[in-house]
Design a protein around this ligand. Structure first.
Ligand code: SF4
Length: 443
């Protein structure tokens, strides 16, 4: 599934002849190279100019010696050279027993998959380094907690046509591909991604059925393309899909959910952005996790998208020991804004089977929102939401600022915990609350 989407380009082997490399990697590359050869010859020379961060340059010189900057900056090269097996992981990290055991025996969906670029940001020696924890498999995934499920949001139940999840009246989720450039260990669609030939097949072949459904359902105004990662689809195929969708007059909004600008920034080529621009208005929700993801490479990818006039929003999953602290979340939100990405959603993790080690209590999310509100610009404060298990949709949560009522005055708590009276004659809001302990600002 994955490489067949990379049509129209060829890529050199990530590891050069004459170098001593682990056998598993060699096999992997030779299989990928064969697939790429089958795909066909390059139609046009890719534009490869991209900055390379210092840390990343040191990494690739050490781990992929002999690789040129042009190769490193070629997203096809990055895709082909992804770290996919225990042997590949050993080459980059000092693995813990938990990681090695899990990577060695894993089969089926949600495989190991990390672009060399993204691996360059991860801790080599420390299995608890945040980005490494989110992408390197561990036996912790064997622990299944009550309430967890392989399809926590009941997307299969709401599937109306192949790849189309139709839950809300006027909008649909369009699962366009099962491929991602990197596989996140907490993925809500762990059941469905990275498993070509498996039960779930999201591919250009089934797009026609999905498009026929959308043509018929004129109540649909908004299509969110996700997957997998839709930006892993080759330019010309995505162009085709967008063209077909744009022909449907009832569809007003086209949105993408993608992690690629942060994990494979080289994919945001100038040609790709030019293609996207043809299909305005487009909106992008970018999956970001940690301030460590801000590099010269990701700054460039976000700049290119913002310069193309695409409104950028972020979505972040709140995860225990990874980003569940205001000292991480605040620079993350500020870093996004500085790169013209509006922090959009902060999600409580979905109860995916085997993901309990990532989950925090809901209070933690509220605490983080409290720590942002009033202490930084409102633009830097995302919506905190729980996606209701069983398909109930997103439920927004916010710290409760209504502390009570005093006759015709509604009592509201500000970000410093000071209570203010707002004249609200005839209202009943807050009447059911106990008298606030807080001192009124006016007292
Ligand atoms: S990029 Fe998105 S779809 Fe792919 S594994 Fe990560 S969370 Fe899942």
């Amino acid at each position: 599934m994955s490489l067949q989407l990379l049509r129209g380009q060829t890529a050199k082997s990530p590891l050069r002849a004459g170098q001593e490399k682990p056998a598993a990697s060699t096999v992997l590359q030779s299989q990928n190279a064969k697939q790429l050869t089958r795909i066909g010859k390059a139609k046009a020379k890719p534009r490869l100019s991209f900055p390379v961060g210092e840390e990343t340059r040191d990494f690739y010189r050490r781990i992929y010696p002999g690789t040129t900057t042009a190769e490193w900056n070629d997203w096809h090269w990055q895709f082909q050279a992804r770290i996919r097996s225990a042997a590949d992981l050993e080459k980059v990290f000092i693995l813990s027993e938990e990681e090695r055991a899990a990577a060695t025996r894993h089969k089926g969906p949600l495989p190991v998959g990390i672009t060399p670029y993204y691996a360059s940001l991860m801790g080599r020696d420390d299995p608890n380094e945040p980005l490494r924890r989110t992408h390197v498999i561990s036996t912790k995934e064997d622990i299944v907690l009550p309430g967890e499920s392989i399809d926590p949001l009941a997307e299969d139940h709401d599937t109306a046509a192949p790849g189309i999840v139709h839950r809300y009246p006027d909008r649909v989720l369009f699962l366009t591909t099962g491929t991602c450039s990197t596989y996140c260990r907490y993925c809500t669609r762990a059941r469905a991604v990275g498993n070509p030939g498996g039960e779930y097949q999201f591919s250009p072949k089934q797009w026609e059925q999905a498009l026929a459904y959308l043509e018929e359902h004129t109540e649909v105004r908004d299509v969110l393309m996700s997957g997998g990662d839709p930006f892993s689809i080759a330019d010309e195929k995505l162009d085709y899909l967008l063209t077909r969708l744009r022909k449907m007059k009832h569809i007003e909004f086209l949105r993408f959910g993608t992690k690629i600008p942060m994990v494979l920034p080289q994919r945001i080529t100038k040609d790709f952005v030019k293609m996207l621009k043809k299909h305005h208005p487009l909106f992008l929700s970018i999956h970001v996790t940690h301030p460590r993801e801000f590099t010269p490479e990701t700054t460039e990818s976000l700049n290119r998208l913002a310069d193309a006039g695409i409104p950028l929003g972020s979505q972040t999953v709140l995860m225990k020991g990874i980003n569940d602290d205001i000292s991480i979340m605040k620079p993350l939100m500020h870093g996004l804004l500085k790169r013209r990405v509006k922090p959009y959603y902060l999600y409580q993790p979905d109860p995916v089977k085997g993901s309990g080690h990532f989950r925090t209590n809901v209070e933690k999310g509220l605490e983080i929102i409290e720590g942002l509100r009033g202490f930084t610009t409102g633009y830097a404060t995302p919506i905190f939401a729980v996606d209701a298990p069983g398909g109930g949709g997103k439920i927004q949560l916010a710290p409760d600022c209504i502390v009570g009522r005093d006759g015709d005055n509604l009592l509201l708590r500000n970000f410093e915990g000071v209570v203010y009276a707002y004249p609200d004659p005839g209202g009943t809001l807050g009447a059911d609350k106990r008298k606030p302990k807080h001192k009124l600002a006016a007292e």
